[in-house]
Design a protein around this ligand. Structure first.
Ligand code: SAM
Length: 220
């Protein structure tokens, strides 16, 4: 998604306008968050992420709307679940062969072990830590023993303000997707994710972990 589109769509809900029913404190906080967001959008370095492959077999992609990166790669093998129709609509035309499902990933209407594996590409950063745990339990239920759950996400260590990551993703067919993902800050480093996944029962292997993002593979 282009920077201009992000601003115009108000997708990251921290920008103007400042509603009149807000208190002075709320308006000031929102204004500062907007400034911080725009600053990061302008000055942060773009991170390059090369995806050489995604897991084999059928894939449950958590929070798969937006750019629909995993669906663009895996096509008909991918069932992309997102809780917002607007996010599905944005992604659907980029990967029309994928199965698009409007649902909350904390509670999905599929039988146990329905998928061979699962992925989450910069979607768990949009969940509270409580929600992440519910989603991880649901993924554990939906893949078989030895099935893998691959998670790409932002390494966020600050707990206040807004956080934004700009990425250029190189897909296996060598096309690329440029986008930016922004959220309210929350501590969600690879170790926080690893601990939660292990609590649910996964064995975790960290594949990449740098200052801005990580890739981990969790095995049931
Ligand atoms: C950054 S966006 C899209 C990332 C996407 N994987 C891509 O390739 O661009 C993260 C998505 O996660 C979705 N999401 C957050 N919490 C969710 C939940 N509990 N269930 C389903 N989708 C969720 C949001 O609606 C949002 O579309």
């Amino acid at each position: 998604m282009l920077i201009k589109e992000i601003i115009v769509s108000g997708k990251i809900n921290i920008l103007f306008p400042l509603p009149l029913d807000m208190t002075e404190g709320q308006r000031k906080s929102k204004f500062l968050r907007s400034l911080s967001f725009l600053f990061q959008l302008t000055f942060k370095r773009m991170q390059k992420i090369v995806i050489e492959k995604i897991p084999e077999g059928t894939i449950l992609d958590i929070g798969g709307g937006g750019e629909g990166v995993i669906a663009q790669i895996g096509k008909e093998r991918v069932t992309a679940v997102d809780k917002f129709q607007s996010e599905i609509d944005e992604a659907k035309h980029k990967a029309p062969e994928a199965n698009w499902v409007l649902a909350d990933a904390r509670n999905l209407d599929f039988p146990d072990e329905h998928f061979d594996c699962a992925t989450a590409f910069f979607s768990i950063m949009y969940m509270s830590n409580e929600d992440k745990k519910e989603v991880f339990k649901e993924v554990y239920r939906l893949i078989p023993k030895d099935g893998e759950f691959w998670v790409w996400d932002a390494s966020i260590s600050k707990e206040q303000g807004v956080y934004l990551i700009k990425i250029k993703v190189i897909l296996p067919n060598e096309t690329f997707v440029k986008t930016a993902y922004g959220v309210s800050s929350k501590k969600q480093t690879v170790n926080v994710a690893r601990e939660m996944l292990e609590e649910v029962g996964f064995e975790v292997e960290i594949i990449t972990n740098n200052k801005s993002w990580y890739l981990l593979k969790a095995k049931k």
